[in-house]
Design a protein around this ligand. Structure first.
Ligand code: MLC
Ligand code: AMP
Length: 505
């Protein structure tokens, strides 16, 4: 027996003193040092009674220790459940309850809010802070630096990543070891990563992009990551000369372009810039090439599927498209009513099948059945078409979703909260264009007859429950919402009306 995820990504680096992580202050951590730290965490989990198949929820700042918890979970067969650091205690409660997590790891500054919730759900809590201190690392220091890897098969779960839903309830996407490994293998080949690369890593590590795409590729190829706590333009500009590749959401690239220090000289030595998680505007692609001579490689993925398509490494990287299906993955366009495949050029829903596609939603068989067909195709909720040369264009979404700076926001969750506010009869939440985040959240409220809504108090109340990035950037009061003849709110009309709120038009 073996443990494919641990063996192939982590275990093979045991004893290697090659650099795995280079931190913002220049300090480096070798593969071997990292693996010793993760083995200590794995031993601590065992001491805490956390075993293979248990869920371990983590809401901590990005740090080498946090990444080592991911490695420790892989080695001990524990299911890793990373959570956005922006989530409020209110939001976290649902994830712990729904996943049945046995252990929750949070920052010391979140402990007061989270401890009572965690205890009421019969889970244990430990802390880990951004500087590497906390109760977990304190326990781990005295633990052995090796751990007998627990046997797992490729079909065993490696992680659960929560993704919001159109009904307002988040769903836990179950990702197997093979889902993650097969995608990493494909991407290393497609994007030609080698141990000579240095990946500038400024993404968060609680989502597919920063956690799996960036980290798993780097582990498989054996390259170093320049591992920054967050995206900060000054750091990126200072460290680009040491990198060969960079991955980011479109905001990373629009921010770079807005800075005069980002010149063709600064980017000249780079091998590859990759963008994903949200649409990269064709104009950004073109401006980037004009400034640097580099064509950004855009790819398309999802929490449930890892990466599905990519523009080619060699060959034309076409602006405004997400390229071709990755090796081993089938991507087809279907009629959303009938499910039948559509001819090239026609717009329909995008469906994906392959070893990268998840196993289903945690304890939600009905939701899984709605989106994952028996023949293995997953209905992504994105709308697209193939052009004459076979490039996939994403032209819209069949799901009511806003993507702000690469974070997904489902309007329903916010509408449910707004509807509970005093004097609110009903609400509609939409995404409108935003120069920095691509899209941003706008809440539109209808007052009950003969009442007034206090917008300051609405904003204050919403802030108590919702992560900052989900909170409406603007609240607007209207007399009524536009509806079609079936009584359904016409969000397209609202989006058209408010499209210039944050842009020049
Ligand atoms: C931060 N804020 C956001 C925000 N990020 N608001 C809306 N949308 C966001 N994405 C808030 C902050 O809390 C702050 O609030 C204010 O906006 C301005 O902060 P900032 O300093 O400008 O933001 P910054 O910290 O620089 O973050 C912006 C960002 C970051 C774009 C760098 O959001 C980011 O790293 N995004 C990447 C997300 C990602 O990894 N997605 C991948 C999902 S996986 P205030 O009130 O304090 O001022 C996936 C699958 C796939 O989608 O295909 O990859
Ligand atoms: P998430 O659920 O956070 O994994 O987000 C997945 C969604 O992000 C997809 O369903 C798409 O709507 C969107 N997405 C990811 N990559 C791209 C891209 N390159 N272009 C447009 N949308 C994208």
């Amino acid at each position: 027996m073996a443990n494919p995820l641990y063996d192939e990504l982590f275990g093979k680096h045991l004893g290697q003193d090659t650099v795995f992580l280079q931190l913002a202050d220049g300090q480096t951590i070798s593969h071997d040092t990292f693996l010793k730290m993760s083995a200590q965490f794995a031993n601590s989990f065992k001491d805490l009674g956390i075993n293979a198949g248990d869920r371990l929820a983590v809401q901590v700042e990005k740090s080498p220790q946090c990444l080592a918890i991911y490695a420790a979970c892989a080695q001990s067969g524990v299911i890793f459940l990373p959570l956005n650091t922006g989530y409020t205690a209110n939001e976290i409660e649902y994830f712990i309850e729904n996943s049945g997590a046995s252990l929750v790891i949070c920052d010391d500054n979140k402990l007061t809010d989270l401890a009572p919730i965690v205890e009421s759900l019969n889970a244990a809590v430990e802390t880990l802070n951004s500087d590497g201190t906390g109760s977990l690392p304190t326990k781990a220091t005295s633990a052995p630096t090796s751990f007998a890897t627990i046997d797992r098969s490729g079909d065993d779960l490696a992680a659960i990543l929560y993704t919001s839903g159109t009904t307002g309830r988040s769903k836990g996407a179950m990702l197997t070891q093979e889902n993650l490994l097969s995608n990493a293998r494909t991407l290393v080949k497609a994007w030609k990563f080698t141990s000579d690369d240095a990946l500038l890593h400024a993404l968060p590590i609680f989502h597919t992009h920063g956690l799996f795409v960036a980290t798993n590729i780097s582990l498989l190829a054996g390259n170093k990551m320049i591992f920054l706590p967050k995206y900060n333009l000054d750091d990126i500009i200072a460290l680009l000369p040491e990198a060969t590749t960079m991955m980011g959401v479109p905001t990373f690239y629009t921010r770079l372009l807005s800075d005069n220090r980002f010149t063709s000289e600064l980017a000249q030595h780079m091998r590859l810039f990759i963008s994903g998680s949200a649409p990269l505007l064709a104009e950004t692609h073109i401006e980037f090439e004009a400034r640097t001579g580099h064509r950004i490689l855009e790819r398309y993925g999802m929490t449930e599927t890892n990466m599905n398509t990519s523009n080619p490494y060699d060959g034309e990287r076409r602006a405004g498209t997400v390229g071709f299906a990755l090796d081993g993955t089938d991507v087809k366009i279907t009629n959303s009513e009938t499910g039948t495949e559509l001819p090239k050029g026609e717009i329909g829903q995008i469906e994906v099948r392959g070893p990268n596609v998840f196993k289903g939603y945690w304890q939600m068989p009905e939701k899984t059945a709605e989106e994952l067909r028996e023949d293995g195709f997953f209905i992504t909720g994105d709308l697209g078409k193939y052009d004459d040369d076979g490039y996939l264009h994403i032209v819209g979404r069949n799901k009511d979703l806003i993507i702000s700076g690469g974070y997904n926001i489902y309007p329903k969750e916010i509408e449910l909260l707004l509807d509970q506010e005093e004097n609110v009869l009903e609400s509609a939440v939409i995404g409108v264009p935003h120069p920095d985040f691509g899209e941003t959240v706008v809440g539109i409220l209808v007052p009950k007859p003969n009442t007034n809504i206090d917008l300051t108090s609405v904003a204050t109340n919403v802030a108590k429950s919702l992560a900052r990035f989900k909170q409406p950037n603007k609240l607007i009061i209207v007399k009524e919402l536009p509806r079609n003849t079936m009584g359904k709110v016409q969000k397209n009309a609202l989006r058209a009306e408010y499209k210039d709120l944050f842009t020049d038009g």
